[in-house]
Design a binder for this molecule. Sequence first.
Ligand code: NAI
Length: 333
Amino acid sequence: MKVVAYSIKPFEKEFLSKANQKKHEITLISNPLSIETTSYAEGKDGIIVFTNDDVSAGVIEKLAGLGIKYIATRSAGTDHIDREAASRHGIKVANVPYYSPEAIAEHAVALAFALNRNLIKANEHSHHFNFSNNGLMGFNFSGKTVGIIGLGNTGLATAAIFKGLGCIVIGYDLNFPEGSNVIEQVTLPYLYANADIISLHVPLNDGTKHIINKKSLHQMKDGVMLINTSRGPLVKTTDIIQAIYTGKVGYLGLDVYEFEKGLFFEDHEKDSFKDELLEELLQFDNVLITPHQAYLTREALQGIANQTIKNLDLWQQNKCVGKACVCAKTAGL
Ligand code: NAI
């Protein structure tokens, strides 16, 4: 199969090459997919994309005109793809439904630890030979209540780590997993009212956009720690900024940001205009932001590459990609 892979970072190449073993003719380009870059797809059977590529209806229409039949995303989330538009044009869509959920869980917990124990500030102080303990006090995770919203692959992996730390883990999911003896099933209002730490693990969809907003924040404990490694728009940024000012949110760890498209994954240090909301967030000592890197472990990257190539293999054999199929009609949209 002939494909072009958009938004390829240098560190991804070895994993894709190892997974592909020269089976498919893959053109790797660093440019993100947009209306302007659809021309790279000319003469190809399919494209490979990532989370911040523009796979909206207009782009899909252009791709369809170029004869593209397949879109494989190197991610679990599919919110960047207009799957209905793809379906209308007969384009098949696949994702990577499962790859190393521990990578995302460990990053969520890393954010929580770094925030709690002021690791970033402490390290900065140490670099200035300031070894004072003032302003570095944290709390024990052991005995605290952790609320996990979304108990799929990454939510369950995160719950297991917090459980191991001695936390009481409560959770909410539309489809609560059966047989979990680690997590107490609760309602969302109960979770908001009782959790000291809340970690988000739901996909971005109509039911989850801005799930963290003024109203939900109001129900939370004062000084709550909120961690988001899932998708930026789960959190209404303007509301969370207000909640940090009032002390309602005591700690905020974000690996994703509501307006990260066109910003994250690239170096924007020299840009003359900077995202003002993000600048406001970054001025808080109790906010920690990483650039959508929770997936970025060797194990996860190999897993992503392997599943992506497997999707191409199956399509080439005219077979369904199974659980990786996220075509609109089979995804129950
Ligand atoms: P998953 O599909 O295994 O689990 C998602 C869970 O959310 C499911 O159990 C589902 O029932 C639940 N859910 C869906 N809508 C809901 C709603 N309205 N209310 C309550 N629960 C709801 O997904 P997984 O692998 O755990 O990933 C979660 C999200 O994390 C992905 O969709 C993706 O957006 C994000 N992600 C971020 C990464 C990063 O590098 N920062 C890497 C991988 C995933």
